[in-house]
Design a protein around this ligand. Structure first.
Ligand code: SIN
Length: 329
């Protein structure tokens, strides 16, 4: 019997259209529905039985906590069923790494979950969506894909949701894992694994979203020369933000103007995690900053640190305990 894969569509360029085969910009993302995406890849039916669901149809730059929660709940429900062997999510590439990491922390199954998308719209003469979708299903049906955490497949690369990031605005080869490399690659539908990522994921995290209707509010601020974003930090806090991620300079440094304001807000229970605006490498905090309660985001980029901080705040708001989560997940 062929493996059964659920494909959950959320929108993005893979479902994008424009009325020119040459155009690779200026299109409308999230214009086609799941049936049209599947019709473009009839070859998938040769090796898998597919069941499709439309979760949303948006440009992923407007992704929301609500859609991510719905997606995770739907995946958990599907993967409990014996007859479902794996899940593929089609997603816009702009925030794919955020949803992928969210699922990596909240899906409670070791069956494969694979995200894919496209850099060129479905109407383009060089559309990459169909091959990416074919590869994603090939990966989701592969026995070796179990218990690897959530994966991203783009341009034949297999990447971990924990480490992958979008590194090019327009190129087809837009996803990399700067410090840790690819998990493997797919060639003519054959899956080749080379690496694993040791960080805990899926069934081995404490984050259970099944009964959550919303998530704690966490925002991101950048650090830069002559930084005036302390005003924004105060405004966000007054507006209900419980956690902030700072995209610090270098190895996680914060402009003194900003830090003074953050220190005051932390005394009022704002939780602050420090990441870096640099694409690769670890954040290192001074003993003084650790003692003040700043959380080191390790190697997580700001947008992924935000995801982990939101989920951590569903468990507690103790910065020492949250720091432990950042070391493990
Ligand atoms: C989006 O993220 O929805 C648009 C961009 C893309 O999918 O490449």
């Amino acid at each position: 019997m062929k493996p059964k894969i659920a494909i959950l569509a959320t929108g993005g360029t893979i479902a994008g259209t424009i009325d020119s085969a040459i155009a690779t910009t200026g299109y409308k993302a999230g214009a086609l529905n799941i049936e049209v995406l599947l019709d473009a890849v009839p070859q998938i039916k040769e090796f898998a039985t597919i069941i499709g669901y439309q979760i949303s149809n948006i440009d992923s730059s407007s992704m929301s906590n609500e859609i991510q929660l719905n997606l995770a709940k739907k995946i958990n429900k599907l993967l409990i069923e014996d007859e479902i062997d794996g899940v593929v999510v089609t997603h816009g590439t702009d925030t794919m790494e955020e949803s992928a990491y969210f699922l990596n922390l909240t899906v409670k199954s070791d069956k494969p979950v694979v995200l894919t998308g496209a850099m060129r719209p479905a109407t383009s003469m060089s559309a990459d969506g169909p091959k990416n979708l074919y590869n994603a299903v090939a990966l989701a049906t592969n026995e070796k894909s179990k218990n690897k955490g959530v994966m991203i497949v783009m341009n034949d690369r297999i990447l971990s949701a924990r480490t992958a990031t979008k590194t090019h605005t327009l190129n087809l080869d837009a996803f990399f894992s700067p410090d840790f490399g690819d998990l493997g690659y797919i060639l003519d539908g054959k899956v080749y694994f080379y690496n694993t990522i040791e960080k805990l994921h899926t069934k081995n995290t404490p984050f259970n979203i099944d009964n959550l209707e919303n998530l704690p509010k966490v925002d991101i601020l950048y650090s830069y020369s002559d930084d005036g974003s302390g005003i924004a930090a105060k405004a966000l806090f007054d507006n209900g933000t419980q956690g902030l991620v700072i995209a610090g300079s270098g190895s996680g440094n914060i402009h003194q103007n900003q830090k003074n304001i953050l220190k005051d807000l932390m005394k009022k229970n704002l939780i602050v995690a420090v990441s870096s605006r640099i694409q690769a490498g670890q954040v290192v905090l001074s003993k003084e900053d650790e003692d003040l309660g700043f959380i080191c985001a390790q190697d997580l980029n700001p947008q992924k640190a935000r995801i982990l901080l939101m989920l951590s705040l569903t468990k507690n708001n103790n910065s020492k305990k949250i720091q432990e989560y950042f070391k493990i997940y």
